[in-house]
Design a protein around this ligand. Structure first.
Ligand SMILES: [Zn+2]
Length: 397
């Protein structure tokens, strides 16, 4: 039985078609599909994209909807970490409410799946996990949400954090996080042995923040690759940021990209300004699964961000100096199929049988949509309309 028919849409910019949805999945595609009493939406010739994928953010600590907080923190990572841990308490930040606010903003912009890192530390314990897990449950039928247990304040340098990470994974965190094993934890072997041990014991994937630059980052990369191969975790390990791959040594970076592809390690880049970034096209050409995300937004680290993964594709393309349409489309692909691959989302796409996670936007071509960032006309999650004309149909309060 058909639940929804969307007429006259162009899947990824191809020829116009209708699309019928039944049981949360794409049931048929073709012209003049029968409605059979189902809800009918007029696509008006819009582009049809699969749901946008936010594969790296921090839902537990956005300041969305709260009073403005003047940012006076120094620009180094350690200062930002310490400032945030203190200020979260001062501000009385509520991870459940804040994550709900960002989820609603994401839905309005066409995101249908989110991977969020959530702080696990000895000051707040599992409060962040509990808050975001409540949001995951509350919005379970309108967005897929993966939670990474993330030792933001360091793990080896703060006694008790390893035990909290273990507990977080028992209590519903989906993924083991990590953070700068050398630069923050000063113990790369200790840090990575714990991360991989937690992953193996809990049977969960890994997603490590690696801001370490240049030689230091490459050193850590080597240790991550070694452990990924030793534990047979191909396709289960993501390195987020990976600034060291932006180093100016063409041949060496090329060899490492091949090694990363061979080990089945995946990459995430937000395309940030001001730091070297992994070369997107070279990484994709090497066969590496590559995703992107908003990262922390409107939080105690930085005032920017709007949870728009179409805009993220533009930022990623711009930061990688991509201007040909075919290349811009690859940046968009990172924010759709790339994210789905890294997150391991089943039945993702625009084929008959795939889950009906869909976004409609105006635009003659995919590249034009990335350039003009049109409002999301319609967002569908598992066959249900969850946003219309840029507004989510669910609330945060
Ligand atoms: Zn992050």
């Amino acid at each position: 039985m058909t639940d929804l028919v969307i007429r006259n849409v162009r899947p990824l910019g191809k020829a116009a078609t209708d699309i019928a949805v039944a049981g949360g999945r794409i049931a048929a595609m073709g012209t003049n599909l029968p409605a059979n009493g189902a809800l009918v939406e007029d696509g008006g010739g819009a582009l049809l994209l699969p749901g946008l994928i936010e594969a790296h953010t921090h839902l537990d600590k956005t300041l969305l909807g709260m009073d403005w907080v003047e940012n006076v923190v120094a620009s180094d990572i350690r200062s930002k970490i310490d400032n945030e841990r203190e200020m979260k308490g001062v501000l009385g930040l509520d991870p459940a409410l804040q994550s709900a606010r960002q989820v609603v903003m994401s839905i309005a912009r066409g995101t249908t799946a989110i991977r969020s890192h959530v702080d696990i530390d000895t000051t707040y314990g599992l409060a962040g996990l509990e808050g975001v897990a409540a949001t995951r449950e509350r919005y379970a039928d309108v967005i897929d949400l993966q939670i990474v247990a993330f030792p933001q304040s360091g793990m080896m340098i703060r006694k008790g954090t390893v035990e909290l990470m273990d507990e977080a994974l028992r209590q519903g965190a989906d993924i083991v996080g990590g953070l700068d094993p050398c630069a923050i934890d000063f113990d790369p072997k200790g840090h990575l042995d714990v991360v991989f041990d937690l992953a193996v014991r809990h049977g969960k994937p890994i997603d490590i923040h690696l801001h370490e630059p240049g030689e230091l980052g490459l050193f850590t990369f080597g240790m991550i690759l070694e452990r990924t191969r030793a534990h047979g975790l191909a396709g289960k390990v993501t390195v987020s940021h990976a600034f060291s791959l932006g180093m100016n040594d063409y041949l060496r970076v090329g060899r490492l990209l091949d090694e990363i592809a061979g080990a089945g390690v995946m990459l995430m880049s937000t395309g940030p300004a001001g730091v070297p970034v992994p070369p997107l096209i070279r990484a994709l050409d090497a066969g590496i699964a590559f995703c992107s995300g908003t990262d922390g937004m409107r939080d105690l680290w930085n005032p920017y961000g709007n949870a728009d993964m179409l805009q993220r594709a533009q930022i990623l393309a711009d930061r990688n100096n991509l201007s040909r349409d075919a290349e811009v489309e690859r940046a968009l692909d990172v924010c759709t199929f790339g994210g789905a691959a890294v997150m391991g989302l089943p039945d993702y796409g625009l084929k008959v049988g795939d889950f009906a996670d869909l976004v409609l936007v105006e635009g003659r071509t995919l590249t034009e949509a990335v350039v003009t960032l049109p409002q999301r006309k319609l967002v569908v999650k598992r066959g249900r309309v969850v946003a219309r004309d840029g507004e989510a149909l669910v609330e945060a309060a």
